[in-house]
Design a binder for this molecule. Structure first.
Ligand SMILES: Cc1cc2nc3c(=O)[nH]c(=O)nc-3n(C[C@H](O)[C@H](O)[C@H](O)COP(=O)(O)OP(=O)(O)OC[C@H]3O[C@@H](n4cnc5c(N)ncnc54)[C@H](O)[C@@H]3O)c2cc1C
Length: 307
């Protein structure tokens, strides 16, 4: 592979070949990444992006891998992993704290530091895994709140290596939608605006959000909610339950008995088992209600075949 030797000559950072993506995603299924690179700086990302652009190599981005389903055949080209982008600084200005954070820092780490310092704003993220980059890409949230609304600015590295800083007023977020998301753009850094508050109050709100999550499967092989809620009043979980999806099984994958919008995995499940269940459940909900559910998780690779 000629481009791989060129890549190695030109770039610093950890480069792995044929890395099993099952080992770094929460479903723990899916094939390998042909090349997996964990850049340490924004400049490294920019070099990878411009290199892959020039050489027409497909490019993928992976944060914590907690909201993706990777195809059994894996991903050709280059997968950029953000786990080594770990910087964080903050500045208190009056009643606010501005936290500048690299995209590989995890949401649980940000929640923990907020609890320690009495910063308010991220309490709703209690129990949401993954990185801040992944959270901004999908506007992760719970109970009507979401990460994107806290962003003062976001820096991205574009497909051709250019770096852009998006100001708050350039960004649009809504329920699980982020204008900054694009499959081959890397979110490198952001600044979140939080409130300086009282540690006890922040902890109380955090515990309350944590309590509300009680009915979801924990410490299981899942990727969170599979489908988006069709509206604020109609939850995908309720439709899936009413359509009789709870407990449906295909190979090593099954619809959770605790929450119908979660697919759980055991043993040697394949990504194709999960994909089958996704499409089968979507069909059942459509027949039951006439509603076509949209995916919340991202399918990486393909082609995906149902049947
Ligand atoms: C048990 C469990 C509970 C969950 N609960 C919730 C919840 O309550 N609310 C919620 O919203 N989600 C929830 N999730 C889903 C998931 O945790 C979030 O969506 C999380 O923000 C994904 O972050 P990640 O780093 O794991 O992203 P990944 O899964 O790695 O990636 C998700 C998508 O974002 C893209 N991406 C990742 N990082 C970047 C980056 N730096 N730049 C550009 N694109 C990027 C990827 O290409 C992919 O398309 C849950 C998941 C689990 C397993």
């Amino acid at each position: 592979m000629q481009w791989l030797s060129k890549l190695k000559e030109n770039l610093s950072g950890n480069i792995s070949e044929n890395l099993s993506l099952a080992s770094i995603t929460s479903f723990k299924v899916g094939g390998p990444a042909k090349v997996y690179i964990c850049p340490r700086t924004e400049r490294d990302i920019s070099e990878i992006m411009s290199f892959s652009y020039r050489e027409s190599i497909p490019l993928w981005v992976l944060g914590g891998g907690t909201n993706v389903l990777v195809h059994d055949n894996g991903l050709s080209g280059i997968v950029v992993g953000t786990s080594k982008l770990r910087g964080m600084t903050w500045e208190v200005k009056g009643p606010n704290v501005y936290v500048r954070v690299d995209s590989g820092v995890t949401l649980p780490e940000l929640v923990a530091i907020s609890l320690k310092n009495g910063w308010s704003g991220l309490e709703f993220a209690a129990g949401i895994p993954g990185t801040i980059g992944g959270a901004l890409a999908g506007n992760a949230g719970a109970n009507g709140r979401a990460v994107g609304y806290l962003a003062e600015w976001i820096r991205t590295v574009e497909r051709d290596g250019r770096i852009i800083e998006w100001k708050k007023e350039d960004l649009k977020f809504s329920y699980r939608y982020s204008s900054v998301y694009s499959p081959s753009r890397v979110i490198s850094q952001c600044c979140l605006k939080l409130d300086v508050s009282d540690r006890t109050k922040v902890l109380e709100r955090f515990m309350e959000y944590k309590r509300r999550r009680g009915f979801q499967p924990k410490n299981k092989r899942t990727a969170g909610c599979v489908f988006k809620n069709p509206s604020a009043d109609v939850s995908a979980g309720m439709l899936l339950e009413q359509a009789g999806c709870k407990g449906l099984t295909k190979g090593g994958a099954f619809v959770s008995r605790e929450h119908a919008n979660f697919i759980e995995v055991r043993g040697n499940a394949r990504a194709s088992d999960i994909y089958f269940l996704i499409e089968y459940c979507r069909e059942k909900v459509y027949v039951y209600s006439g509603i076509v559910l949209d995916l919340e998780i991202k399918l990486l690779g393909g082609p995906w075949v149902y049947g």
